[in-house]
Design a protein around this ligand. Structure first.
Ligand code: FAD
Length: 578
């Protein structure tokens, strides 16, 4: 079946819904989502959205922008960070006006709390910058934006899984998607397509990311020749529930929670004497691993799966139940403990992709390091790289990124489609997607995708995790290449057409394998340590050689690396101390 729209938005998380809401003001717009919109991963965002409102103490967008640049270890594009911090204030009031039920101060203003790496006066002390709705902020953003999209007449194709993007030269013509309920393949012609498909934490064994976070947008684009930016930078959040990876929000430390090792020491005093437990995530994750390696984990055996404790017992029942109800519930449900009287066992969990589809500040996808763009192709949210997070994202800055850059992309699309024509799409545009599906169902016997997924997750966790080195990265590249070869032999075991999760899982696995290869190869190339990329064999940041974004092209099963300049218009790089 063939559909025609002016704008197609792939993804119904915060970025996709904001873009759709804006685009629909002047363009016939449809959202395609493999999940029901309300199940998008934005709904899991707990702690808050950062904006220098200054409601509870003095704050300024300039301080927010500086923290973002320093937090990202100076790989952040500074004009984009300044725009993010300035527009965050407007964006939060906009969400409030559209109905988002933020927590309030006694005076009735939006309440704000502390978060890692957010400081006053360029690093002096933590500042209250995170605006929040208990620990359900993302869920409230989704509810607010979805109802606004319905009001604006956006059309939704729920449970449609995008398999391919139609690109001719440097022009995007549409996408091809599988309808889950029927197994039918649909072609969507469009003047503009925006990818907002979220993150890809599922390539790691321990992750805070949902099953659906398989990086479909970046992988589909990469297979059609689009480069991906800064793929070596993947953030590990310090406080995942031990063994499960489910997130305990940084807001628990923002409210006063303390990390302790087996000796009961507040070990962050040794690693970040000023910000302590509110240092940026990359530093705390490394500190935890260093404690484990030195035998200071709770088991004390020095192994990577040992753990430390997050102590919230002194915060009191009222704070936990009013401001952190979800994580209180998670601890009871998944660990059988009450965090008001027992510390929570935690270990770092793979959390956020700083890299992704390169874009300019209007969401237009870049084709190279010189600023050339694809016409009609856009990206926003976690699958994109604008780049405001550089080598390490600060907490609360993803939700800001979604609404600031989702909005800008939506507005650009609304203008663009006025001038653009609906380009020709060949009749057989869906043929590659159909051929992929037919091969999976050809009745041949093949290995089970689940085994390949297990091996991928383990090699990425052990060799491309928090600490990396040359030998491990060489081994990871070889292993992932071998797994990609084995993937071509996988066949579906379920031959039915309706709701065939087996086929979807296999196609999602291909996306994760492609992104794993790009991540491991980019990490191998970068012989320095910066933000979320820490090399045991190159422990120092090396600005002379590496103050540059990486670009990675997937070509004939191999990765070609390139570079893109970093925008350093405001703050010169300095050593990163907290
Ligand atoms: C547990 C947790 C807590 C977090 N807390 C915070 C926080 O407090 N503050 C903060 O700033 N950030 C937080 N983050 C990060 C933030 O929530 C995410 O980065 C952000 O929500 C991603 O939004 P998105 O719109 O880019 O994508 P998502 O919300 O992940 O949405 C992706 C959409 O793409 C669709 N999709 C994917 N693939 C396809 C396909 N092939 N075809 C069709 N549709 C597809 C999905 O159906 C979905 O609708 C948290 C993350 C986690 C995991």
């Amino acid at each position: 079946m063939v559909h025609e729209y002016e704008a197609i938005i792939v993804g119904a998380g915060g970025a996709g819904l904001y873009a759709a809401m804006e685009a629909s003001a002047r363009a016939r717009t449809a959202v395609i989502s493999k999940l029901y919109p309300m199940r998008s991963h934005t709904g899991a965002a707990q702690g808050g959205i950062g904006a220098a409102l200054g409601n509870v103490e003095e704050d300024r967008p300039e301080w927010h922008a500086f923290d973002t640049v320093k937090g990202g270890d100076y790989l952040v594009d500074q004009s984009a960070a300044i725009l993010l911090a300035e527009d965050a204030v407007r964006a939060v009031y906009d969400l409030e006006n559209r109905g988002l039920p933020f927590n309030r101060t006694p005076q009735g203003r939006i309440d704000q709390r502390r978060f890692g790496g957010h400081t006053r006066n360029f690093g002096e002390a933590p500042v209250r910058r995170s605006c929040y709705a208990a620990d359900r902020t993302g869920h409230m953003i989704l509810q607010t934006l979805y109802q606004q999209c319905i009001k604006s007449g956006v059309e939704f194709f729920d449970e449609f899984h995008v398999l391919d993007v139609l690109i001719e030269g440097r022009k995007c013509r549409g996408v091809v998607a599988l309808e889950l309920a029927t197994g039918e393949v649909h072609t969507f012609k469009a003047k503009a397509v925006l990818f907002a498909t979220g993150g890809f934490g599922r390539m790691f064994r321990i992750t805070s990311n949902a099953l659906a976070n398989t990086g479909d947008g970046p992988a589909v684009c990469a297979r059609r020749g689009v480069p991906l930016e800064d793929m070596e930078f993947f953030q590990f959040h310090p406080t995942g529930i031990r063994g499960l990876g489910i997130l305990i929000t940084e807001a628990a430390r923002g409210e006063g929670g303390i990390l302790r090792n087996r000796k009961g020491e507040r070990f962050m005093e040794r690693y970040a004497p000023t910000l302590l437990d509110l240092a940026p995530r990359d530093m705390i994750s490394r500190a935890i691993l260093t404690e484990l390696r030195s035998g200071n984990g709770m088991r004390g055996d020095g192994r990577i799966d040992d753990y430390v404790l997050l102590d919230t017992t002194h915060l009191g029942r009222e704070v936990m139940e009013k401001k952190l109800p979800d994580i209180t519930g998670f601890s009871r449900t998944y660990l059988g403990i009450d965090p008001t009287d027992t510390p929570i066992p935690i270990q770092p969990t793979a959390h956020y992709a700083m890299g992704g589809i390169p874009t300019d500040m209007d969401g237009r996808v870049l084709a190279d390091g010189d600023g050339s763009v694809y016409e009609g192709l856009y990206a926003a949210g976690e699958c994109a790289c604008v780049s405001v997070h550089g080598a390490n994202r600060l907490g609360t800055n993803s939700l800001v990124d979604l609404v600031v850059f989702g909005r800008r992309a939506g507005r650009h699309i609304a203008d663009f489609v006025r001038k653009a024509d609906l380009g020709p799409v060949p009749r057989d545009a869906d043929e590659p997607a159909r051929a992929d599906m037919a091969k999976l169902l050809d009745g041949a016997r093949g290995p089970h995708g689940g085994e390949i997924a297990d091996e991928m997750e383990i090699v990425m966790m052990e060799k491309v995790g928090i600490f990396r080195n040359q030998a491990d990265l060489d081994a990871a590249v070889d292993k992932v290449s071998e797994l990609r070869g084995r993937w071509t032999e996988v066949r579906a075991q379920d031959g039915s057409r309706r709701f065939n999760r087996d086929i979807l899982g296999i196609l999602e696995l291909r996306n994760l394998l492609d992104l794993s290869l790009l991540t491991a190869t980019a990490a191998r190339q970068r012989t320095e340590s910066r933000g979320g990329h820490a090399r045991d064999d190159y422990p120092e940041r090396n600005d002379a050689q590496w103050l540059t974004h990486s670009l990675a092209w997937l070509q004939d099963g191999r990765v070609r690396m390139g570079a893109k300049a970093v925008d350093i218009t405001q703050w010169k790089p300095k050593p990163r101390k907290y």
